[in-house]
Design a protein around this ligand. Sequence first.
Ligand code: PLP
Length: 383
Amino acid sequence: MDSVYLDNAATTPLTPEVREAMLAFLGEDFGNPSSRHPLGVRAREAVDEARRRLGHALGARPEDVLFTSGGTEANNLGLIGAARQLSGRRRRILIGATEHPCVRASAKALAAEGFQVEQLALDERGELDLEDLDARLSEDVAVVAVMLANNEFGSVYPIRELARRARRKAPGAHVHVDAVQAFGKLDVQLDELECSSLAISGHKVHGPKGIGVLALAEGVRVAPLLHGGGQERELRPGTENVPGIVGLGTAAQLCVEHLDETIEHARQARAILASGLTRIQGARFIEPGARVLDAIASIYVPGVPAEVRMHHLEQRGVYVSAGSACQAAKPDLSPALLASGLSPEEARRVLRISFSRLVPLADVERATQVLVEVSRELEEVAS
Ligand code: PLP
């Protein structure tokens, strides 16, 4: 059978529209946006148009959209850049319990600079513990960084509530949001979330790899991590990745246009998977907190470790992941799953199945059937 790609939280293929939009800028329109001749002007206009599209898609002013080399850099700039900008009296950094490694590692880098890093607690349901948050918020907090949607199990955290509490109890603190997994699957508007900055990444939304955005709220400053020419308001210098920016601009516009369809597709895909899970002994969704994205289905299946089940699925052409792609290089157990209340034994048996509106529901049905069959076979071998 043809393969079914259900690892869209790891990365997504380019849509034809995105590829088409990029092609000219990989060919004849190779100009540097800083050049004054027509080739440069065309590149500048294309970058400006992409910036407008991203501003519209993210609820930010176009001039507050900074292009970066991806979600990792956008999170580094949002966290480290903001902390350095505010340092002085403010020495504390609060991060979510299930953050992506790039946020955790940025916080670690800040700890090495003398900041005090604290992890926010989750309650017994795996929801952000607002009492713990309140207890930690005070005027010496520089940055609070919590993701909008988790990359391993799709939990959506209450960012606007967090931002409001931060404004009350830690006025002037920077609230940074990693929206890499949420963008394209939820309506992600920086102004409605009331945060200071948010990060997205091109390759999670059918855009190119190696391009992302840090969007800033009006008036918010971050200290640049790179030093060079004056590009991106001097906050992220370096000659612009024009094809990547154009591709992300197109992908972002498509995200906005297809949001309702994407949400409905994910709802139906998850329902198909849910009906398959009822046919696998002991299988269940991992759904920490009050709300999860339908597009990221994390499932616990007893028996062999997820890695083994994943390889069996792959042999039948179904591509999913055991833990997030970023963790795959390091075989340790997912800190996010453990923080959300799973035991190590359970965490080892969690598969992530992630959808995209471009995967037909009939393929989701086929893949679910394969999961049921593989699980039955593995059970038989074990018994
Ligand atoms: N944040 C989250 C939640 C992610 O899932 C990822 C990618 O896996 C990133 C950040 C990093 O983005 P990028 O791959 O563009 O560096």
